[in-house]
Write a protein that binds this ligand. Structure first.
Ligand SMILES: [Zn+2]
Length: 82
């Protein structure tokens, strides 16, 4: 019920020549950059899980989604005490 309008739209869409294929960028592609035929890794590997497991960028820190390892980009502002 109430899908009559949608059906009309669908037919109209199909009449269009080519379907615009949305380029799906895979998440992994964000980790690599290819420059002059060289692969540049823009992400660090997890030292615990080893190469192949990337650390997620959280702005101020990098963390591993697999083991929970966290690496701060800057030293955490905890060293003020003492
Ligand atoms: Zn890890």
């Amino acid at each position: 019920m109430g899908k009559k309008v949608k059906k009309k739209q669908r037919i109209r869409k199909r009449a269009g020549k080519k379907k615009k294929h949305k380029k799906k960028t895979y998440v992994v592609s964000k980790f690599y950059k290819v420059e002059d035929g060289k692969i540049i890794r823009s992400r660090k590997f997890c030292p615990v899980c080893g190469p192949g497991v990337f650390l997620a960028d959280h702005g101020d820190r990098l963390s591993c989604g697999r083991c929970g390892y966290t690496e701060w980009k800057k030293a955490p502002a905890v060293a003020k005490a003492r």
